[in-house]
Design a protein around this ligand. Structure first.
Ligand code: PMP
Ligand code: GLN
Length: 388
């Protein structure tokens, strides 16, 4: 036995593509259109509440379940936006959606259980399914519009399926699942009596006529669905890592039991600040959505002038493109060449796929950046030859 080796749990998930590409951007002085974080902070009034909370001494462990005012604010938010009534035991606060995903899977998935997941999948899903000893069963959303085929979903389910892991609005494709697609998921979940974990961190970042509908609002779904969200994307505080999970008590309790052994609790002064944001900062979110639409349109138009297929997103921070005409071996090589030749960084999507052919040449670009940063990125891209 080589005692210096990391555990097999970490095979293939030793680092994240987002960290790798952000480090590349720092190292090369590139414009970072990779990792999904805005470069402007959220509302100043929300920062003030956090500062006041620190000054008022809220600097020790908050309750593991969550600060009371944040629990109340999440309950109020789910009722106001979606008509979902929740009791305090039906919500748990987490260290970002990342911990909610980790705790939900650790709390619900046994070794050998199958987890059906939309592909491309967010990278932490893969790591956490692996940590649990679960088996990933991807259902691929395909370009150009990345729709979900309910027959493929049905075919991915087996006797060993424990849960469906859904993400809408979907990172990285920007697809927002339609009511018909959600109905298809609900039918499969009910027919096979499956639990559903749904990651809705981009719930408020939808564009044009697309609206986010939580799976938990469909008939017969609340009692089997754990809904995960986070303040990071909605309020532009990705570094605060305040997230939550809600749903029926048995799913929330399993998540909270696992969470007790991860962070236990975090973000004492940030929790009242995010409570304030949920209750009072609707206007900020409206403005953010408007700005993101403009930035989406600007970046998509600029990318269309390159030798790329551009798949216009319905929501999120991201646009996916097909880079195959540039002649690189894959999206990763394309991104490395682009950092060097153009000084711009984006995210190769291969690592979000089991089906390597499907994801090989896809590259994701973030438009949640300051207008001047986007313009500089576009200027650099238009001035470089990215062909191999
Ligand atoms: N799920 C998806 C789909 C994401 O894009 C992200 C990144 N915001 C997360 C989860 C993680 O969220 P958080 O930063 O709140 O941990
Ligand atoms: N959610 C962000 C993205 O998709 C990244 C978060 C992270 O670095 N883990 O880009």
């Amino acid at each position: 036995m080589d005692r210096t080796l990391p555990s097999r749990r970490l095979d293939g998930v030793g680092s994240t593509i987002f960290a790798e590409m952000s480090a590349l951007a720092v190292r090369t002085g590139a414009v970072n259109l990779g990792q999904g974080f805005p470069d402007a902070s959220g509302p100043a009034a929300v920062v003030d509440v956090a500062v006041e909370a620190m000054r008022a001494g809220r600097n020790q462990y908050p309750p593991g379940h969550g600060a009371p005012e944040l629990l109340d604010a999440v309950i109020e938010h789910q009722q106001r936006h979606y008509g979902i009534p929740l009791a305090a035991e039906q919500v748990v606060v987490t260290t970002g959606a990342t911990e909610a995903i980790a705790a939900a899977l650790l709390g619900l998935v046994d070794p050998g259980d199958e987890v059906v997941v939309l592909e491309p999948y967010y990278d932490s899903y893969r790591a956490m399914i692996q940590f649990c000893g679960g088996v990933r069963r991807p259902v691929t959303l395909r370009a150009p519009d990345f729709r979900l085929d309910s027959a493929e979903l049905e075919a991915a389910v087996s006797e060993r399926t424990k849960l469906l892991l859904v993400n809408t609005p979907h990172n990285p494709t920007g697809a927002v699942l339609s009511e018909a697609e959600l109905q298809g998921i609900a039918d499969v979940a009910r027919r096979h009596d499956l639990a559903v974990v749904t990651d809705e961190v981009y719930e408020h970042l939808t564009f044009d006529d697309h609206r986010h509908v939580p799976l938990a609002t469909l008939p017969g779904m609340f009692e089997r669905t754990l809904t995960i969200s986070s303040s990071g994307k909605t309020f532009s505080f990705t570094g605060w890592k305040v997230g939550w999970a809600s749903g029926p008590e048995h799913l929330v309790a399993a998540t909270e039991s696992a969470k007790n052994w991860l962070s236990y609790s975090s973000g004492a002064p940030f929790q009242p600040a995010i409570a304030h944001a949920l209750l009072k900062e609707e206007g900020f979110v409206e403005q953010l959505r408007g700005e993101l639409v403009e930035k989406r349109d600007r970046l998509c138009a600029a990318l269309s002038e390159l030798d790329l297929d551009v798949f216009v997103p319905q929501g999120t921070y991201f646009v996916t493109t097909d880079t195959s005409r540039y002649g690189h071996a894959d999206g990763h090589s394309f991104c490395l060449a682009m950092a060097e030749k153009a000084g711009v960084v984006a995210i190769p999507e291969q690592v979000f796929y089991d089906d390597q052919d499907e994801g090989r040449h896809l590259v994701r670009w973030a438009f949640c950046k300051e207008a001047s940063v986007l313009e500089e990125g576009i200027r650099r891209l238009h001035g470089a030859d990215l062909h191999r």
